[in-house]
Design a protein around this ligand. Structure first.
Ligand code: FRU
Length: 499
Protein backbone atom coordinates (compact mmCIF):
# COMPACT_ATOMS: atom_id res chain seq x y z
CA UNK A 1 0.00 0.00 0.00
CA UNK A 2 1.21 3.44 -0.83
CA UNK A 3 0.42 5.29 2.35
CA UNK A 4 1.15 8.98 2.06
CA UNK A 5 1.31 11.77 4.61
CA UNK A 6 -2.03 13.09 3.55
CA UNK A 7 -3.95 9.84 3.69
CA UNK A 8 -7.64 10.25 4.61
CA UNK A 9 -7.45 13.97 3.90
CA UNK A 10 -7.31 13.80 0.10
CA UNK A 11 -9.87 15.50 -2.07
CA UNK A 12 -13.10 13.43 -2.18
CA UNK A 13 -11.99 11.13 0.66
CA UNK A 14 -15.09 10.04 2.60
CA UNK A 15 -14.70 10.75 6.31
CA UNK A 16 -17.20 8.30 7.84
CA UNK A 17 -17.50 5.66 5.14
CA UNK A 18 -15.20 2.69 4.78
CA UNK A 19 -12.51 3.09 2.12
CA UNK A 20 -9.25 1.19 1.72
CA UNK A 21 -6.17 3.28 2.45
CA UNK A 22 -5.05 2.90 -1.13
CA UNK A 23 -6.02 1.31 -4.43
CA UNK A 24 -9.03 -0.34 -5.95
CA UNK A 25 -12.05 -1.73 -4.07
CA UNK A 26 -15.38 -3.08 -5.32
CA UNK A 27 -17.91 -5.45 -3.74
CA UNK A 28 -18.12 -6.02 0.01
CA UNK A 29 -17.47 -9.73 0.64
CA UNK A 30 -17.59 -12.28 3.43
CA UNK A 31 -19.33 -10.14 6.02
CA UNK A 32 -19.57 -12.17 9.20
CA UNK A 33 -19.91 -11.34 12.88
CA UNK A 34 -17.79 -13.40 15.22
CA UNK A 35 -16.90 -12.99 18.90
CA UNK A 36 -17.63 -9.30 19.15
CA UNK A 37 -16.21 -8.34 15.77
CA UNK A 38 -17.80 -7.42 12.46
CA UNK A 39 -15.64 -8.59 9.58
CA UNK A 40 -15.75 -6.84 6.25
CA UNK A 41 -13.84 -8.29 3.32
CA UNK A 42 -13.90 -6.67 -0.06
CA UNK A 43 -12.89 -7.10 -3.68
CA UNK A 44 -9.46 -5.53 -3.70
CA UNK A 45 -6.65 -4.95 -6.18
CA UNK A 46 -3.68 -3.82 -4.09
CA UNK A 47 -1.51 -2.86 -7.08
CA UNK A 48 -3.66 -0.29 -8.83
CA UNK A 49 -6.56 2.16 -8.57
CA UNK A 50 -8.45 0.33 -11.34
CA UNK A 51 -10.01 -3.16 -11.29
CA UNK A 52 -7.60 -6.04 -11.87
CA UNK A 53 -6.61 -9.43 -10.36
CA UNK A 54 -8.89 -9.65 -7.36
CA UNK A 55 -7.89 -10.32 -3.75
CA UNK A 56 -9.99 -10.17 -0.59
CA UNK A 57 -9.06 -7.09 1.40
CA UNK A 58 -10.12 -7.14 5.06
CA UNK A 59 -11.19 -4.82 7.85
CA UNK A 60 -12.65 -5.37 11.33
CA UNK A 61 -15.02 -3.25 13.40
CA UNK A 62 -16.48 -3.56 16.86
CA UNK A 63 -19.33 -1.13 16.15
CA UNK A 64 -19.93 -1.20 12.34
CA UNK A 65 -18.73 2.39 12.21
CA UNK A 66 -15.01 2.50 13.07
CA UNK A 67 -12.84 0.12 11.02
CA UNK A 68 -9.38 -1.27 11.49
CA UNK A 69 -7.53 -2.27 8.35
CA UNK A 70 -6.22 -5.83 8.30
CA UNK A 71 -3.74 -7.46 5.92
CA UNK A 72 -5.06 -8.89 2.64
CA UNK A 73 -6.93 -12.07 3.65
CA UNK A 74 -7.00 -14.13 0.43
CA UNK A 75 -4.59 -13.88 -2.52
CA UNK A 76 -5.11 -15.13 -6.07
CA UNK A 77 -3.32 -18.35 -7.04
CA UNK A 78 -2.99 -20.76 -9.96
CA UNK A 79 -6.73 -21.56 -9.83
CA UNK A 80 -7.67 -17.95 -10.36
CA UNK A 81 -8.47 -14.53 -8.98
CA UNK A 82 -10.55 -14.29 -5.81
CA UNK A 83 -13.99 -13.01 -6.78
CA UNK A 84 -16.93 -12.23 -4.50
CA UNK A 85 -18.39 -14.54 -1.89
CA UNK A 86 -19.44 -14.90 1.71
CA UNK A 87 -18.16 -16.19 5.06
CA UNK A 88 -19.83 -18.17 7.82
CA UNK A 89 -18.99 -19.18 11.36
CA UNK A 90 -19.09 -23.00 11.13
CA UNK A 91 -20.06 -23.29 14.78
CA UNK A 92 -20.58 -27.09 14.71
CA UNK A 93 -17.36 -27.61 12.77
CA UNK A 94 -19.36 -29.44 10.07
CA UNK A 95 -16.48 -28.83 7.65
CA UNK A 96 -13.89 -30.38 9.94
CA UNK A 97 -11.66 -27.41 9.13
CA UNK A 98 -11.47 -26.40 12.79
CA UNK A 99 -12.23 -28.30 15.98
CA UNK A 100 -15.34 -28.57 18.14
CA UNK A 101 -13.63 -26.34 20.73
CA UNK A 102 -12.38 -23.87 18.15
CA UNK A 103 -14.77 -23.85 15.19
CA UNK A 104 -13.55 -22.26 11.97
CA UNK A 105 -14.65 -19.22 10.06
CA UNK A 106 -15.11 -20.42 6.49
CA UNK A 107 -15.02 -18.16 3.44
CA UNK A 108 -16.77 -19.40 0.31
CA UNK A 109 -15.57 -17.46 -2.74
CA UNK A 110 -15.42 -17.68 -6.53
CA UNK A 111 -12.26 -18.48 -8.40
CA UNK A 112 -12.16 -16.61 -11.66
CA UNK A 113 -9.56 -18.05 -13.99
CA UNK A 114 -8.84 -15.16 -16.30
CA UNK A 115 -6.76 -17.17 -18.79
CA UNK A 116 -9.62 -19.61 -19.23
CA UNK A 117 -12.12 -16.75 -19.49
CA UNK A 118 -10.06 -15.05 -22.19
CA UNK A 119 -9.65 -18.30 -24.11
CA UNK A 120 -13.43 -18.52 -24.37
CA UNK A 121 -13.76 -21.41 -21.91
CA UNK A 122 -17.27 -22.05 -20.59
CA UNK A 123 -15.92 -22.97 -17.14
CA UNK A 124 -13.65 -20.16 -15.91
CA UNK A 125 -15.47 -19.79 -12.58
CA UNK A 126 -15.77 -22.22 -9.64
CA UNK A 127 -16.48 -22.02 -5.91
CA UNK A 128 -13.82 -22.59 -3.28
CA UNK A 129 -13.15 -22.39 0.46
CA UNK A 130 -10.64 -20.75 2.77
CA UNK A 131 -10.77 -20.97 6.55
CA UNK A 132 -9.48 -19.28 9.67
CA UNK A 133 -9.11 -20.64 13.19
CA UNK A 134 -7.72 -17.42 14.66
CA UNK A 135 -10.77 -15.17 14.54
CA UNK A 136 -10.20 -14.21 10.92
CA UNK A 137 -6.61 -13.02 11.34
CA UNK A 138 -5.08 -15.53 8.93
CA UNK A 139 -6.69 -17.58 6.17
CA UNK A 140 -5.74 -20.97 4.71
CA UNK A 141 -7.16 -22.24 1.46
CA UNK A 142 -8.91 -25.61 1.57
CA UNK A 143 -6.58 -28.26 0.09
CA UNK A 144 -9.10 -29.75 -2.37
CA UNK A 145 -10.43 -26.59 -3.98
CA UNK A 146 -12.61 -25.99 -5.86
CA UNK A 147 -15.64 -27.45 -4.06
CA UNK A 148 -18.12 -26.61 -6.83
CA UNK A 149 -17.20 -26.65 -10.51
CA UNK A 150 -19.10 -24.86 -13.24
CA UNK A 151 -21.67 -26.88 -15.16
CA UNK A 152 -20.50 -25.11 -18.33
CA UNK A 153 -21.91 -21.63 -17.77
CA UNK A 154 -19.27 -18.86 -17.80
CA UNK A 155 -21.09 -16.59 -15.30
CA UNK A 156 -21.15 -18.82 -12.23
CA UNK A 157 -20.23 -16.84 -9.15
CA UNK A 158 -20.71 -14.91 -5.91
CA UNK A 159 -21.79 -17.66 -3.45
CA UNK A 160 -23.75 -16.56 -0.40
CA UNK A 161 -23.99 -19.36 2.17
CA UNK A 162 -26.16 -19.67 5.27
CA UNK A 163 -27.24 -22.36 7.74
CA UNK A 164 -30.84 -23.51 7.19
CA UNK A 165 -32.12 -24.71 10.55
CA UNK A 166 -35.24 -26.55 9.39
CA UNK A 167 -33.34 -28.89 7.05
CA UNK A 168 -30.11 -28.90 9.08
CA UNK A 169 -28.04 -28.01 6.03
CA UNK A 170 -25.98 -25.25 4.55
CA UNK A 171 -27.59 -23.51 1.60
CA UNK A 172 -25.68 -21.69 -1.14
CA UNK A 173 -27.29 -19.16 -3.46
CA UNK A 174 -25.19 -18.52 -6.53
CA UNK A 175 -25.52 -16.07 -9.44
CA UNK A 176 -25.65 -17.95 -12.73
CA UNK A 177 -25.93 -15.58 -15.68
CA UNK A 178 -29.64 -14.65 -15.75
CA UNK A 179 -30.82 -16.60 -12.70
CA UNK A 180 -29.69 -17.97 -9.35
CA UNK A 181 -28.94 -21.58 -8.42
CA UNK A 182 -29.58 -23.01 -4.98
CA UNK A 183 -27.39 -25.79 -3.56
CA UNK A 184 -27.29 -27.57 -0.21
CA UNK A 185 -24.49 -29.18 1.76
CA UNK A 186 -24.02 -30.93 5.11
CA UNK A 187 -20.43 -29.72 5.46
CA UNK A 188 -19.68 -26.76 3.13
CA UNK A 189 -17.53 -29.13 1.04
CA UNK A 190 -19.89 -31.34 -0.97
CA UNK A 191 -22.70 -29.43 -2.66
CA UNK A 192 -25.93 -30.77 -4.22
CA UNK A 193 -27.97 -28.76 -6.74
CA UNK A 194 -31.49 -28.11 -5.44
CA UNK A 195 -33.25 -25.63 -7.72
CA UNK A 196 -33.01 -22.47 -9.78
CA UNK A 197 -34.91 -19.24 -9.74
CA UNK A 198 -35.25 -16.15 -11.88
CA UNK A 199 -35.51 -16.97 -15.54
CA UNK A 200 -37.96 -14.40 -16.91
CA UNK A 201 -38.66 -13.06 -13.39
CA UNK A 202 -37.67 -9.60 -12.17
CA UNK A 203 -35.24 -7.33 -14.02
CA UNK A 204 -33.04 -8.76 -16.78
CA UNK A 205 -31.28 -5.77 -18.30
CA UNK A 206 -27.91 -7.29 -17.40
CA UNK A 207 -26.13 -10.18 -15.72
CA UNK A 208 -27.27 -11.35 -12.27
CA UNK A 209 -24.57 -11.05 -9.59
CA UNK A 210 -24.08 -11.17 -5.82
CA UNK A 211 -27.33 -12.71 -4.53
CA UNK A 212 -28.44 -13.16 -0.93
CA UNK A 213 -31.33 -15.01 0.76
CA UNK A 214 -32.55 -14.57 4.34
CA UNK A 215 -35.72 -14.56 6.44
CA UNK A 216 -37.20 -11.35 7.84
CA UNK A 217 -40.17 -10.89 10.12
CA UNK A 218 -42.84 -8.61 8.72
CA UNK A 219 -43.07 -5.67 11.12
CA UNK A 220 -46.08 -5.71 13.41
CA UNK A 221 -46.98 -9.34 12.60
CA UNK A 222 -45.87 -12.91 13.28
CA UNK A 223 -45.35 -13.55 9.59
CA UNK A 224 -41.85 -14.28 8.39
CA UNK A 225 -40.91 -14.01 4.72
CA UNK A 226 -37.75 -14.89 2.83
CA UNK A 227 -36.05 -12.03 1.04
CA UNK A 228 -33.84 -12.62 -1.98
CA UNK A 229 -31.46 -9.90 -3.11
CA UNK A 230 -30.16 -10.11 -6.67
CA UNK A 231 -27.74 -7.53 -7.95
CA UNK A 232 -27.87 -6.78 -11.63
CA UNK A 233 -25.46 -5.02 -13.98
CA UNK A 234 -26.44 -3.19 -16.10
CA UNK A 235 -30.21 -2.80 -15.98
CA UNK A 236 -30.73 -0.69 -12.85
CA UNK A 237 -33.73 1.67 -12.71
CA UNK A 238 -31.54 4.72 -13.31
CA UNK A 239 -28.87 3.00 -15.39
CA UNK A 240 -25.99 0.64 -14.74
CA UNK A 241 -25.61 -1.39 -11.56
CA UNK A 242 -28.41 -1.88 -9.01
CA UNK A 243 -29.84 -4.27 -6.46
CA UNK A 244 -33.29 -5.84 -6.85
CA UNK A 245 -35.18 -7.98 -4.35
CA UNK A 246 -37.96 -10.55 -4.18
CA UNK A 247 -39.99 -11.74 -1.21
CA UNK A 248 -41.40 -15.24 -0.95
CA UNK A 249 -41.20 -18.67 0.67
CA UNK A 250 -38.16 -20.91 0.95
CA UNK A 251 -38.23 -24.52 2.12
CA UNK A 252 -34.50 -25.21 2.11
CA UNK A 253 -34.60 -26.28 -1.53
CA UNK A 254 -36.81 -24.01 -3.56
CA UNK A 255 -37.73 -20.32 -3.49
CA UNK A 256 -41.31 -19.38 -4.43
CA UNK A 257 -41.83 -15.64 -4.99
CA UNK A 258 -44.85 -13.64 -3.83
CA UNK A 259 -44.58 -11.41 -6.88
CA UNK A 260 -42.56 -11.60 -10.07
CA UNK A 261 -42.06 -7.92 -10.87
CA UNK A 262 -38.83 -6.18 -9.94
CA UNK A 263 -38.42 -4.07 -6.82
CA UNK A 264 -35.30 -2.10 -5.92
CA UNK A 265 -33.35 -1.99 -2.69
CA UNK A 266 -32.07 1.49 -3.54
CA UNK A 267 -33.05 3.85 -6.37
CA UNK A 268 -29.81 5.83 -6.42
CA UNK A 269 -27.01 5.15 -8.86
CA UNK A 270 -24.47 4.03 -6.28
CA UNK A 271 -25.42 1.07 -4.17
CA UNK A 272 -24.25 -2.14 -5.80
CA UNK A 273 -23.29 -5.68 -4.81
CA UNK A 274 -24.80 -5.21 -1.36
CA UNK A 275 -25.44 -8.29 0.75
CA UNK A 276 -25.91 -8.96 4.46
CA UNK A 277 -23.87 -10.03 7.48
CA UNK A 278 -23.81 -13.66 8.55
CA UNK A 279 -23.99 -14.89 12.11
CA UNK A 280 -25.37 -11.74 13.75
CA UNK A 281 -26.43 -13.04 17.23
CA UNK A 282 -30.13 -13.74 17.76
CA UNK A 283 -30.05 -11.44 20.78
CA UNK A 284 -29.28 -8.64 18.34
CA UNK A 285 -31.60 -10.02 15.66
CA UNK A 286 -30.87 -7.43 13.00
CA UNK A 287 -30.32 -8.08 9.30
CA UNK A 288 -27.35 -5.86 8.51
CA UNK A 289 -26.50 -4.75 4.99
CA UNK A 290 -23.68 -2.90 3.29
CA UNK A 291 -23.19 -2.10 -0.40
CA UNK A 292 -20.46 -0.84 -2.71
CA UNK A 293 -21.08 2.88 -3.27
CA UNK A 294 -20.34 3.00 -6.97
CA UNK A 295 -21.60 1.83 -10.32
CA UNK A 296 -19.80 -0.17 -13.02
CA UNK A 297 -20.86 2.54 -15.50
CA UNK A 298 -18.01 4.75 -14.20
CA UNK A 299 -16.38 3.09 -11.15
CA UNK A 300 -12.97 2.78 -12.83
CA UNK A 301 -12.76 6.43 -13.83
CA UNK A 302 -14.15 8.45 -10.91
CA UNK A 303 -11.75 11.29 -10.06
CA UNK A 304 -10.22 10.01 -6.82
CA UNK A 305 -6.47 9.55 -6.72
CA UNK A 306 -4.97 7.29 -4.06
CA UNK A 307 -7.92 4.90 -3.71
CA UNK A 308 -11.15 4.12 -5.58
CA UNK A 309 -14.59 3.54 -4.08
CA UNK A 310 -16.26 3.40 -0.68
CA UNK A 311 -18.93 1.23 0.89
CA UNK A 312 -22.36 2.63 1.76
CA UNK A 313 -23.09 3.27 5.41
CA UNK A 314 -24.25 0.02 7.04
CA UNK A 315 -28.02 -0.37 7.04
CA UNK A 316 -30.56 -2.41 8.93
CA UNK A 317 -33.12 -4.09 6.67
CA UNK A 318 -36.72 -4.72 7.66
CA UNK A 319 -39.93 -5.68 5.93
CA UNK A 320 -43.32 -4.02 6.04
CA UNK A 321 -46.63 -4.95 4.50
CA UNK A 322 -47.82 -2.06 2.35
CA UNK A 323 -50.69 -2.16 -0.13
CA UNK A 324 -50.70 -5.97 -0.13
CA UNK A 325 -47.05 -6.12 -1.03
CA UNK A 326 -43.93 -6.57 1.07
CA UNK A 327 -41.64 -3.57 1.04
CA UNK A 328 -37.98 -3.79 2.03
CA UNK A 329 -37.04 -0.91 4.31
CA UNK A 330 -33.43 0.24 4.85
CA UNK A 331 -32.38 2.33 7.83
CA UNK A 332 -28.93 3.58 8.79
CA UNK A 333 -27.72 1.36 11.65
CA UNK A 334 -28.31 3.01 15.01
CA UNK A 335 -24.55 2.87 15.67
CA UNK A 336 -24.19 5.79 13.22
CA UNK A 337 -25.49 8.03 16.01
CA UNK A 338 -22.14 7.73 17.81
CA UNK A 339 -20.71 10.03 15.14
CA UNK A 340 -23.01 12.91 16.02
CA UNK A 341 -20.96 15.66 17.61
CA UNK A 342 -18.11 18.06 17.13
CA UNK A 343 -20.42 21.05 17.31
CA UNK A 344 -23.95 21.83 18.45
CA UNK A 345 -26.66 20.71 16.01
CA UNK A 346 -28.72 23.36 14.28
CA UNK A 347 -32.43 23.08 14.95
CA UNK A 348 -34.82 24.47 12.35
CA UNK A 349 -38.14 25.69 13.71
CA UNK A 350 -41.44 25.34 11.89
CA UNK A 351 -41.52 27.64 8.86
CA UNK A 352 -42.94 28.05 5.39
CA UNK A 353 -40.60 27.77 2.43
CA UNK A 354 -41.23 29.25 -0.96
CA UNK A 355 -38.55 29.72 -3.57
CA UNK A 356 -35.06 28.92 -2.29
CA UNK A 357 -34.15 29.68 1.32
CA UNK A 358 -30.64 29.32 2.70
CA UNK A 359 -30.28 27.79 6.15
CA UNK A 360 -27.74 29.10 8.66
CA UNK A 361 -25.27 26.34 9.46
CA UNK A 362 -23.41 27.91 12.41
CA UNK A 363 -20.29 25.77 12.87
CA UNK A 364 -21.60 22.64 11.13
CA UNK A 365 -19.39 21.12 8.44
CA UNK A 366 -22.06 20.45 5.82
CA UNK A 367 -19.83 18.06 3.89
CA UNK A 368 -19.84 15.75 6.91
CA UNK A 369 -23.33 15.90 8.30
CA UNK A 370 -26.70 14.32 8.90
CA UNK A 371 -29.77 16.27 7.81
CA UNK A 372 -33.32 15.56 8.94
CA UNK A 373 -36.31 17.49 7.59
CA UNK A 374 -39.94 16.88 8.47
CA UNK A 375 -42.47 18.41 6.08
CA UNK A 376 -46.19 18.76 6.44
CA UNK A 377 -47.57 18.20 2.96
CA UNK A 378 -51.18 18.57 4.04
CA UNK A 379 -50.61 22.27 4.63
CA UNK A 380 -48.44 22.72 1.54
CA UNK A 381 -49.24 23.92 -1.93
CA UNK A 382 -45.84 23.45 -3.60
CA UNK A 383 -45.45 21.35 -6.70
CA UNK A 384 -41.96 20.29 -5.67
CA UNK A 385 -39.69 20.65 -2.67
CA UNK A 386 -36.31 19.63 -1.49
CA UNK A 387 -32.79 20.69 -0.66
CA UNK A 388 -29.82 22.12 -2.50
CA UNK A 389 -26.21 21.50 -1.46
CA UNK A 390 -23.92 24.10 -2.98
CA UNK A 391 -20.29 25.23 -2.91
CA UNK A 392 -18.57 28.57 -3.58
CA UNK A 393 -18.29 27.71 -7.25
CA UNK A 394 -22.09 27.45 -7.55
CA UNK A 395 -21.87 23.71 -8.14
CA UNK A 396 -25.14 22.26 -6.87
CA UNK A 397 -26.60 18.92 -5.94
CA UNK A 398 -30.40 18.94 -5.75
CA UNK A 399 -32.39 16.32 -3.85
CA UNK A 400 -36.12 16.75 -4.11
CA UNK A 401 -39.66 15.44 -4.38
CA UNK A 402 -42.14 16.29 -7.08
CA UNK A 403 -45.59 16.22 -5.51
CA UNK A 404 -47.41 16.24 -8.86
CA UNK A 405 -45.22 13.54 -10.42
CA UNK A 406 -45.06 11.49 -7.19
CA UNK A 407 -41.36 11.13 -7.66
CA UNK A 408 -38.11 11.68 -5.79
CA UNK A 409 -35.08 12.87 -7.68
CA UNK A 410 -31.37 13.40 -7.16
CA UNK A 411 -29.97 15.80 -9.74
CA UNK A 412 -26.18 15.82 -10.03
CA UNK A 413 -26.06 17.44 -13.48
CA UNK A 414 -24.54 20.66 -12.12
CA UNK A 415 -22.81 19.19 -9.07
CA UNK A 416 -19.26 19.35 -10.32
CA UNK A 417 -16.95 17.85 -12.92
CA UNK A 418 -18.33 14.87 -14.79
CA UNK A 419 -16.17 14.80 -17.94
CA UNK A 420 -14.59 11.53 -16.71
CA UNK A 421 -17.71 9.64 -17.85
CA UNK A 422 -20.68 10.56 -19.97
CA UNK A 423 -22.74 8.17 -17.83
CA UNK A 424 -22.21 10.20 -14.67
CA UNK A 425 -24.11 13.49 -14.76
CA UNK A 426 -27.87 13.04 -14.73
CA UNK A 427 -31.02 12.86 -12.64
CA UNK A 428 -31.94 9.70 -10.76
CA UNK A 429 -35.67 9.33 -10.28
CA UNK A 430 -37.74 7.14 -8.00
CA UNK A 431 -41.52 6.74 -7.79
CA UNK A 432 -42.92 7.55 -4.36
CA UNK A 433 -46.34 8.39 -3.01
CA UNK A 434 -45.92 10.69 -0.04
CA UNK A 435 -48.50 10.94 2.74
CA UNK A 436 -49.33 14.07 4.74
CA UNK A 437 -46.06 13.86 6.61
CA UNK A 438 -42.80 13.48 4.71
CA UNK A 439 -39.41 12.93 6.28
CA UNK A 440 -36.05 13.25 4.53
CA UNK A 441 -32.96 12.00 6.33
CA UNK A 442 -29.73 12.55 4.45
CA UNK A 443 -26.14 11.57 5.21
CA UNK A 444 -23.64 13.83 3.45
CA UNK A 445 -20.02 12.69 3.37
CA UNK A 446 -17.79 14.82 1.12
CA UNK A 447 -18.50 12.92 -2.10
CA UNK A 448 -21.80 11.15 -1.46
CA UNK A 449 -25.35 11.59 -0.27
CA UNK A 450 -27.59 8.83 1.11
CA UNK A 451 -31.26 9.73 1.27
CA UNK A 452 -33.66 7.78 3.51
CA UNK A 453 -37.30 8.77 3.04
CA UNK A 454 -39.94 8.17 5.75
CA UNK A 455 -37.78 5.87 7.83
CA UNK A 456 -36.19 4.05 4.89
CA UNK A 457 -39.19 3.22 2.69
CA UNK A 458 -37.27 4.75 -0.19
CA UNK A 459 -33.50 5.03 -0.41
CA UNK A 460 -31.32 6.86 -2.91
CA UNK A 461 -27.54 6.63 -2.70
CA UNK A 462 -25.50 8.80 -5.05
CA UNK A 463 -21.87 9.79 -5.25
CA UNK A 464 -20.84 13.27 -6.36
CA UNK A 465 -17.55 15.06 -7.05
CA UNK A 466 -17.87 18.81 -6.42
CA UNK A 467 -14.64 20.74 -7.09
CA UNK A 468 -14.85 22.10 -3.56
CA UNK A 469 -16.82 20.79 -0.61
CA UNK A 470 -20.45 21.82 -0.30
CA UNK A 471 -20.79 24.61 2.27
CA UNK A 472 -24.24 26.04 1.64
CA UNK A 473 -27.59 24.40 2.32
CA UNK A 474 -30.93 25.67 1.04
CA UNK A 475 -34.46 24.37 1.18
CA UNK A 476 -36.71 25.04 -1.77
CA UNK A 477 -40.33 24.90 -2.79
CA UNK A 478 -41.51 25.49 -6.35
CA UNK A 479 -44.91 26.71 -7.52
CA UNK A 480 -46.23 27.23 -4.02
CA UNK A 481 -45.24 26.87 -0.40
CA UNK A 482 -44.14 23.94 1.66
CA UNK A 483 -44.43 23.74 5.41
CA UNK A 484 -41.31 22.58 7.19
CA UNK A 485 -42.39 21.27 10.58
CA UNK A 486 -38.87 20.90 11.94
CA UNK A 487 -35.33 20.18 10.89
CA UNK A 488 -32.01 19.11 12.35
CA UNK A 489 -28.57 19.60 10.93
CA UNK A 490 -26.00 17.59 12.80
CA UNK A 491 -22.26 17.44 12.42
CA UNK A 492 -20.80 13.94 12.09
CA UNK A 493 -17.31 13.08 13.27
CA UNK A 494 -14.92 11.29 10.97
CA UNK A 495 -13.86 7.71 11.69
CA UNK A 496 -10.22 7.81 10.54
CA UNK A 497 -7.12 8.82 12.37
CA UNK A 498 -5.55 11.06 9.81
CA UNK A 499 -2.01 10.12 8.97
C1 FRU B 1 -19.88 -7.56 -8.98
C2 FRU B 1 -18.80 -8.47 -9.52
C3 FRU B 1 -19.03 -9.88 -9.08
C4 FRU B 1 -17.64 -10.47 -9.16
C5 FRU B 1 -16.78 -9.30 -8.73
C6 FRU B 1 -15.46 -9.24 -9.42
O1 FRU B 1 -19.52 -6.23 -8.90
O2 FRU B 1 -18.76 -8.36 -10.93
O3 FRU B 1 -19.97 -10.59 -9.83
O4 FRU B 1 -17.48 -11.58 -8.31
O5 FRU B 1 -17.52 -8.12 -9.00
O6 FRU B 1 -14.63 -8.25 -8.86
Amino acid sequence: MTASNSIYTEQYRPQFHFTPEANWMNDPNGMVYYEGEYHLFYQYYPDSTVWGPMHWGHAISKDLVHWEHMPVAIYPDSLGWIFSGSAVADLKNTSGLGTAENPPLVAIYTYHNDKLAKSGSKTPQSQALAFSTDKGRTWTKYANNPVLESPGIPDFRDPKVFWHNETGKWVMILAVQDRVHLYSSPNLISWAFESEFGKGIGAHGGVWECPDLFPLKVEGSDVSKWVMLVNINPGGPNGGSANQYFTGEFDGKKFTPDETNEKWVDWGRDNYAGVTWSNVPETDGRRLFIGWMSNWDYANVVPTTVWRSATTIPRELSLINQDNSYLLVSKPVKEMEVLRGGTTPVYLASQNISGEKEMALDSITLSQSELIFDFNLEDSSADSLGIVLENNLQEKLVIGYSVSQKQFFVDRRAAGPSEFSKEFAGISKAPYTAGGHLQLRIFVDVASTELFVDGGKLVMTDIVFPSENFTKLSLFAEKGEVKLKSGNITNLNGIWKKK
